[in-house]
Design a protein around this ligand. Structure first.
Ligand code: H79
Length: 436
């Protein structure tokens, strides 16, 4: 493991995904062994859920399709607060089934679930006592889906995590971002919003739903270093093991976040995660039907793992509470692949060979003698040419089905692995190497 990428420092800019990777405390060397992150490093794969009032317009406002990501419709169409908040009266997700959602994450092989407790529109998807703008007080549904998800996650062994938009709140007059209803809040007003309102909601989320894996903050924008520390400290006071992602801002998080949907070109020597969509939106849009294939998603997961990252893959349920079927099918296909090949992803870190044309490598975090080859492009002659890892290989075997493969050392220092003529798995055939 000689190569590493040092990502450029994060910009001070506005967009969530400005700069290639938003760093956190994770970049500091002592953080790399912080055992609080062990479950998350082992997990490699999580489910993101963007769900809120924006699922009702689903990308369309007053007969017009609004460009951009679905959960941004209030901003893009400059919908006045008094008008947008009326959507709450229609939010009645009678088909919501916590067991089904958590079961999907489970079947997909995802180990954590991060749901929007509050997105930029300010609507709380849980029973908040510091606001009436929440699913229990403002909707005919009148019940708290987060409570049900917390219970199901506990039952099914999935870590529950919360997305919380700490900077932007287009409903709160001192939150950031709504310049069509409100004056831009003064620094003291924004500070009051962060320290009183956002903090009170974060406190509720960490007090009322049992152990929480992580709080996923977003778009740090105008957050000061003091404000970032204030919220991160609050999280850690309430639940010391709860992680804070890099978008808390000012390098205060426990791990780094890349830009939305952007996978780094090279391995990154810190704890990091890619938040990503299966189609192009986070919140449900009824006409976004451009879904990435299962093959693409599986290879992205492996690509990310091979560079030491986590994949947080999103679904946007409908206002009725259903996860779109194309998302379900793709996640299930990923789960089937992971059922057979999971040992090459879970509990792994970046592999010793980077920049391979035909595939990727991962390495066990616990067993220094186990390396995995992920073969995306199967060699036409069935002979896999492996550059030297610098270590002697004592055995090679397929992970799925466990057939042993024969090897020969080539004069170039390469190892040639004799493999079946046809790719056993056209998406990614995994070979386990045992090193001396
Ligand atoms: O929650 C998801 C996004 O809503 C959030 N991050 C992910 C995880 C996010 N917040 N901000 N951004 C992403 C950057 C968004 C920029 C855009 Fe736009 C929103 C591009 C189009 C709509 C801002 C508003 C720039 C043009 C219009």
């Amino acid at each position: 493991m000689t190569t590493s990428t040092t990502p450029p420092a994060p910009g001070a800019g506005a967009a969530a995904d400005e700069g290639p990777i938003r760093r956190g405390a994770a970049q500091r060397s002592e953080a790399r062994s912080d055992p609080r992150l062990d479950w998350w490093r082992d997990a490699r794969f999580g489910l993101f859920i963007h769900w809120g009032l924006y699922a009702i317009p689903a990308g369309e406002w007053k007969g017009e399709r609004i460009a951009g990501i679905g959960e941004w419709i209030m901003f893009r169409a400059r919908i006045p607060v008094r008008e947008y908040e009326q959507l709450a009266k229609q939010f009645n997700p009678v088909k919501f089934d916590a067991k089904e959602w958590v079961g999907l994450a489970k079947r997909a092989g995802q180990k954590y679930l991060t749901i929007t407790a509050k997105h930029h529109d300010g609507f709380a998807l849980y029973d908040s006592k510091v606001s009436d703008y929440d699913i229990v007080d403002a909707t005919p549904f009148k019940s708290d889906p987060i409570k049900e998800l917390a219970e199901e996650c506990r039952r099914q062994g999935i870590r529950l995590c919360f997305y919380y938009s700490q900077t932007q709140d287009w409903h709160h007059k001192w939150g950031d971002g709504n310049d069509w209803d409100y004056q831009v809040p003064a620094d003291e007003q924004f500070d009051t919003y962060v320290r009183e309102y956002a903090a009170a909601q974060v406190r509720e989320l960490l007090t009322n739903y049992g152990p929480i894996g992580m709080i996923w903050f977003d778009t740090p924008k105008r957050m000061t270093t003091e404000q970032s520390h204030f919220l991160a400290n609050l999280v850690h006071e309430l639940q010391p093991d709860c992680l804070v992602n890099g978008r808390i801002g000012n390098d205060v998080g426990d791990y780094a976040e890349t830009r939305d949907n952007v996978i780094p070109d090279e391995k990154v020597e810190m704890d990091w995660e890619v938040p990503a969509t299966i189609n192009h939106t986070w919140g449900f849009k009824h006409y976004d039907e451009d879904w990435k294939s299962a093959e693409d998603l599986i290879r992205k997961l492996v690509d990310i793992a091979s560079k030491n990252g986590n994949y947080l893959l999103n679904v946007g349920p409908t206002s009725e509470g259903l996860i779109p079927q194309p998302s379900v099918e793709r996640l299930e296909a990923m789960g089937r692949w992971l059922d057979a090949n999971g040992e090459s992803v879970y509990g792994t870190t970046a592999g010793p060979l980077q920049g391979l044309g035909w595939g990727r490598t991962t390495a066990s975090r616990r067993d220094p003698n186990t390396v995995y080859l992920h073969v995306f492009d199967w060699p036409a002659d069935g002979r896999l040419h492996l550059p030297s890892t610098g270590r002697r290989i004592t055995a090679a075997a397929l992970v799925a089905g466990s057939a042993t493969l024969t090897m020969e050392a080539a004069s170039s220092g390469e190892t040639v692995i004799a493999a079946p003529a046809q790719a056993p798995d056209p998406i990614d055939t995994v070979v386990r190497l045992t090193l001396a």
